[in-house]
Each structure stands twice: as C-alpha cells, then as structure tokens.
Design a protein around this ligand. Structure first.
Ligand SMILES: [Zn+2]
Ligand SMILES: [Zn+2]
Length: 438
C-alpha cells in the first residue's frame, strides 16, 4: 500500500501522511511544527462564514467607527478616514500600508474564499480558481484587521480622557468580523482546497517513489504555495504540477536577503523611537508623542491594561523579534548545531507575533482622522510613525525571506532523505510513533 508524502515546511523532514483521529493535529517528528489537522473536507461552512464576513465588511466600511464630541463639535470617522488623512497630510507610505492591511488585504482574503469555495460547494468550475487561491497565500499575512481593532481600543482609551466618544455601527461590525474570519480560517484546511483544485490527472509522489532506489538520491522539492511534495527529476527548481508556482529546493539567496532586510529594520528602529509618531495640539499647546512617551502617558493615566498591551506590541515585540531573528540567522550562517528544535520554534513564533506591532500605526491613523477640531484640538502624524511602520514591514519581510529549513541544512541534517521517512505524531501519540508505515 502506498501513502502520500508530506514534507515539514519548517525543517523539510519527510513524513508519510496518515489518517489521524478527528480533532487532532499531526506534528513534525523532528522539529515539532504542526503538519496538518484532521479537519473534515467541508467547504460549505467556511463559505457561509466568508459570506457573513463580506456582509460585515460592507457594514464596517459604510458606517462611522467612532464618533467624537468635544466643545459642541462632532467628528466621526470611517474605516478609510485614516488612509485619507495620511494621504492629505503628506504620508503616502502610511496611507498605502494602512489601506492594504486594514482594508484591501482583508477584503481580498474574504472575496478569494467566496470565489473559490462557492464553485467547489456547487461542484462547478470557474476560470482562475488556482490563481486566486495562490494569490490568497500571498495576501494572508498582510490582513491585520484584528491588530486594527486593538489600535482602535488604544485610540478610544486616549480619547475618553478629554472628550465624549461613541462607538458606531462599524465598530461593532469589526468586533464581529474578526471572530468570523478567524473561524473561517480554522474550519478550512487549505490542503483540501488544493486537492480539489488539482488537475484530475495529477499523480502524487508516494512512499513507493522513495522506496525506489533510483529516486533515493534525487531531490524532492516542496511547493511553498500549496505544500505538495514534487519530484525534482534532477533539477533544483521545477513548476509545481498542482498550483503552477515555481518550486525551489530552498528559497533563493534566503539568508542574505533576510540579513539585509533585518539590518534595514535595525537602522530604521532609531528614527522610529527618536522622532514623534504624532503631535497632539490641545488648546494651542502642541505636544509631541514618541512611542515611549505614549506608553508612559498611558501609565500616568492609570490605564494599566492598555499600557501593557502597547508596551508589549510597540517596544517589546520589535526588539525581541530583531534580536531573536538575528540570533537564528547567525546560528544558521555559522552552521551551529545545538537546540535546532527550539530555534525553529523561535522562528515560528517571531513570524506570528511581528504583525502586532502595527497597533501604534493604526492608533495614529485613527486619532489623526478623528481629532481635527482646528484651534481646540488636532492630532498630526509624525515621521516616527513612518519609520516605525517601516520597521514592522521590514522585519516581517525578513522573516518571510528566511528559509527555516536552512537551520537544519546548515547543521548538517539534510542528508539521507530516503531514510528520513517517518510517521506523523498526532496529539494523542506525540513522540511515540516513528518509522516507516507500510
Ligand atoms: Zn519539521
Ligand atoms: Zn504548488
């Protein structure tokens, strides 16, 4: 009996895919990263959630998010107000980044799900389904509506001290939209979508291909987009037969690109903390706020929970991320052995948490759009916000450029792929099952 192959995307360890009990997750036996979950191949549930999310997105964009009343004057903002304000005040980079992360990427994510899942549910074919699902993998990391909500809460905390603030219908729509999108992602295993989109004639490499002596020395490549294991046929890069993307043995020039982007982030980190992220003018008195002074202002106001969140997202996460990524890259460049499993875990965590640092950028976009009361009170964005947004984007790009499989390659762990076949560990039997199933 032959079994489909699955390679760990973090360490390239080759596994044989097995059926695992419902509700459990299969983990890589070598680095401990999750491989796949035992989700049912159902498409109607995530489709219903995607349609709900689309309706909520429409509400979130059609009504005010916050309404702000002060000295008899009332201002309200919509989701796009921050983008318009950044653009008008001469910050096009911030305008584009806020537009992409809080509007375009979430909308693209939702529409891509509807475009692909609706025909699958109805057993129909529409053109470009594979391309849409491929683009989805690219935009997914840039959808940050959940981070935007935290930015909104921070802005709300800052405003309630000196004005009356009312949450509008869009605020509640965003609050409902985030769990809907989360649930949509949880109920859908992207692998099953790729299997449905695969050409009918596609043959998956199985354990038989590896048992075959001729294939032992041939490189097996893993598609970065759809995670299919592809027979290299002696080449280092081929077209994926399932999704059509270019498949490389390893991401090209991964380590040098990751280093360059991280170094640029380190340089930008200085102006990000020295220059003000915004200037608040209240009754003719202007006060510049840096990242650090913003946190201390929250502490002085006694807003401890929000102060901790902002401190963690804006100060702790960027520094820790830069230091840890630098250490992972250095250890990889030097080919150090040692705790490879922990190093892979650190990389996975830094990749996940980096986006939360956008909180302060979103907060400035909301405050600058809302507080426009002429002589009474205004908030103007500052260059610090541009630099800080740059740091967040560059560290994210750096982590994306890095190929975590190099951690294992460089430590001399890549040889003997044919012999590396192992079963997958589900939650129940983690760490026990290994070896080659029939
Ligand atoms: Zn692994
Ligand atoms: Zn592919």
């Amino acid at each position: 009996m032959s079994h489909r192959l699955i390679a760990c995307e973090h360490c390239d360890y080759l596994h044989v895919e097995e059926d695992i009990p419902a509700g459990s997750v299969a983990y890589c036996v070598r680095c401990g990263s999750p491989l796949y979950s035992a989700a049912q191949a159902r498409f109607d549930k995530p489709l219903a959630l995607a349609i709900t999310a689309f309706l909520l997105f429409l509400i979130a964009n059609s009504y005010p998010v916050l309404t702000f009343a002060m000295e008899g004057r009332v201002e309200s903002n919509t989701l796009g107000s921050g983008v318009v304000t950044f653009w008008r005040e001469g910050f096009p980079f911030l305008a584009i980044m806020v537009a992409v992360t809080s509007m375009l990427a979430p909308l693209g994510l939702i529409l891509a799900h509807i475009y692909v899942l609706a025909p699958i549910t109805l057993n129909k074919q529409v053109p470009g389904m594979q391309q849409v699902w491929r683009i989805l993998a690219m935009i997914r990391p840039w959808s940050m509506l959940d981070v935007f909500l935290i930015g909104l809460l921070v802005a709300l905390t800052k405003l309630t001290d000196f004005a009356e603030v009312i949450a509008g219908p869009a605020f509640f729509a965003i609050c409902c939209l985030i769990p809907t999108v989360l649930l949509m992602n949880v109920t859908l295993d992207s692998r099953y979508v790729w299997r449905r989109l695969a050409p009918g004639t596609l043959r998956y490499p199985t354990s038989d291909d590896i048992a075959d002596a001729d294939h032992q020395k041939e490189p097996l490549l893993t598609c970065h987009t759809c995670a299919m294991v592809v027979l290299g046929n002696g080449r280092q890069d081929v077209r994926c037969p399932r999704c059509g993307d270019l498949v490389h043995l390893r991401k090209p020039r991964s380590l040098s690109r990751a280093w360059a982007l991280l170094l640029a982030a380190v340089i930008l980190y200085v102006p990000a903390n020295v220059f003000p992220i915004m200037t608040v003018t209240y009754l003719g008195r202007g006060e510049a706020d840096t990242i650090l002074s913003g946190v201390s202002a929250l502490i002085n106001a006694g807003e401890w929970p929000i102060a901790i969140v902002v401190f963690a997202a804006s100060i702790l996460v960027p520094i820790v991320k830069i230091v840890l990524l630098g250490w992972v890259y250095l250890a990889t460049a030097l080919g150090l052995s040692g705790p490879l499993r922990e190093r892979t875990l650190i990389y996975r965590v830094t990749e996940l948490v980096g986006r939360w640092s956008m909180v302060d950028v979103f907060m400035v976009s909301i405050l600058a759009a809302l507080v426009k009361l002429g002589d009474i009170a205004t908030v103007q964005p500052g260059f610090g916000a541009v630099a800080f947004c740059g740091v967040v984007i560059l560290t994210m790009l750096s982590a994306m450029a890095f190929d975590p499989r190099l951690i294992w390659d460089r430590a001399g762990m890549q040889s003997g792929r044919g012999a590396m076949l192992g079963g997958t560990n589900s939650k129940q039997d983690r760490g026990e099952k290994q070896g080659v199933p029939s």
